[in-house]
Design a protein around this ligand. Structure first.
Ligand code: AMP
Ligand code: ZN
Length: 479
């Protein structure tokens, strides 16, 4: 089995991957929060994880990867309540959209995709274990993790917790390093919010506890790799370590991998900044799935990826170059036989490709090996120096590369067509819908029925059903 080195955020060093179970790498991947469509920043991280698993397979390992879907959090609860539908109904569409998106980007499906709301009991068990060991305390129906009880707190994200006052709490799932606090494992229900009735009381889990519970349930107390984007290192992963290691007393994760962000004009692409594109946005503008996949994998995962129109153009022409070369190899009428140099050239390119990826998934080095080979082989063909057996060998090399790159097959049109939930519908967030509904109410009060009908039609066209209830209220839901 090939030796692979990966950068561990915990030690800030490249480390040799040494799976705990012979020949099998167990990976936990923090999946999307399904309150909306994922954007291509999110997919930067998911594509890196796909490259990892494909390379592990190509290197002779078995892979057991679990990805969670965060289908309960502050925003989901709010949006579902605003839409008057259950959490399940609200998240269902976004889960399906995410799965469709991953297919359009040729992401391999993890062995297990698990939902947080299917694991409330496991989270309750874990919280009880932490309670018994004295890591927690309760306030007004919520249960908090006391970070002062876990001396290793801060080790992953390198924050200094010395000055943090014990007992200062934070309820939000997401917060900044400067706000390191005791965090909520279990949150008491707020009026009108969805909650679960459990042994530890009524309420709902905090975000962090879901990943600890599900990782340990499916993969064991200690796993090989846990990965996500850099924004997850704090507080999410720091809190996961505190929860899991607090409960088991064992190492939770041997290698922590974090992908740097995809950025736009110097800022992280994110929902809250509004500077994001979903895949559907880009497809609607005529971009191809293969272009996006290639762009997202072309920059090594620990470097920021600057998303620009130019980078899209370059990615598209790179994919075309690979496809044209591949087609040419198969179509060109070549003299029989082979030449030693070209066979050697292919062997070297394959070795360089693997060496690049084995060095912390350096896709830039791997791609340089591919494109150097393409250039040399094209030149040889131009000069009439390529032989039939060389072409056969080069086809095999390209197929091997494509086991990781997954862009050679020209199925872009099909992949875009297969996306169910359309692009127009895609952009209507709960906030936008609420705003339109409010505008419609105002129009109705003015008895401007033309305008109110127009708004209703606009919502219908976007896949939103508007219902006027008997008590004079208006509700909406996704079709
Ligand atoms: P979320 O749905 O926010 O939990 O994010 C899903 C995944 O996308 C996580 O691993 C995040 O760290 C990652 N992510 C979010 N924004 C970006 C970005 N701009 N670039 C790369 N990864 C991101
Ligand atoms: Zn997670």
């Amino acid at each position: 089995m090939r030796e692979i080195r990966l950068h561990n955020t915990l030690t800030n060093r490249l480390e040799l991957l040494e799976p705990l179970h012979e020949g099998e790498v167990r990976i936990y991947t923090c999946g999307p929060t399904v309150y909306d469509f994922a954007h291509i920043g999110n997919f930067r991280t998911f594509v890196f994880q796909d490259v990892l698993r494909r390379f592990l397979h190509a290197s002779g390992y078995r892979v057991l990867q679990v990805m969670n879907l965060t289908d309960v959090d502050d925003r989901i609860i709010q949006n579902a309540a605003a839409a008057g539908i259950s959490i399940r109904e609200y998240t269902e569409k976004y889960i399906q959209a995410f799965i469709d998106d991953t297919k359009s980007l040729s992401l391999e499906t993890p062995e297990e995709i698990v939902r947080a709301t299917d694991h409330i009991d496991d989270m309750v068990d874990l919280i009880e274990r932490l309670q018994k060991k004295g890591f927690t305390y309760s306030r007004e129906g919520s249960i908090y993790y006391s970070i002062a009880k876990f001396p290793a707190y801060g080790r992953l994200s390198k924050i200094d917790v010395a000055g943090i006052q014990a007992g200062v709490r934070v309820d939000a799932d997401r917060y900044e390093k400067a706000d390191a606090r005791d965090f909520a494992l279990w949150k008491a229900p707020k009026p009108g919010e969805h909650f679960w009735e459990t042994r530890i009381g009524a309420g709902r889990p905090g975000w962090h506890v879901e990943c600890s519970a599900m990782s340990m349930k499916y993969l064991g107390d200690t796993i090989d790799v846990h990965s996500g984007g850099v924004d997850l290192a704090f507080p999410h992963h720091e809190n996961e370590i505190a929860q899991s290691e607090g409960a088991t007393g064992k190492t939770f994760v041997r290698l922590w991998l974090h992908a740097e962000h995809l950025i736009v004009e110097g800022e992280k692409m994110s929902k809250s900044l509004g500077n994001f594109f979903t895949l559907r946005d880009l497809f609607a503008k005529g971009q191809k799935p293969s272009t996006i996949r290639f762009l997202l994998l072309s920059v090594p995962y620990r470097r920021q990826l600057n998303f620009t129109p130019d980078s899209l153009k370059q990615a598209e022409s790179s994919v075309e170059r690979l496809r044209n070369f591949f087609a040419r190899l198969k179509e060109e009428k070549l003299p029989a036989g082979s030449k030693v140099e070209m066979q050697k050239r292919a062997t070297k390119a394959e070795a360089d490709f693997d060496l690049g990826l084995a060095d912390d998934l350096n896709t830039a080095v791997a791609l340089a090996a591919v494109f150097d080979l393409v250039r040399d082989a094209n030149t040889a063909m131009d000069r009439g120096e390529l032989r039939q057996q060389d072409a056969t060998r080069l086809v095999a090399s390209m197929e091997k590369f494509d086991g990781i790159l997954a862009v050679l097959t020209d199925d872009d049109a099909e992949k875009t067509r297969n996306l169910g939930f359309g692009a127009a519908e895609a952009r209507m967030t709960a906030d936008q819908i609420e705003a339109l509904m409010e505008e419609r109410n105002v129009a109705r009060r003015r008895r401007d029925f033309k305008r109110s009908d127009e708004i209703r039609q606009q919502l219908t066209d976007s896949g939103i059903i508007v219902e006027d209830t008997r008590d004079g209220n208006v509700r909406w839901k996704y079709k």
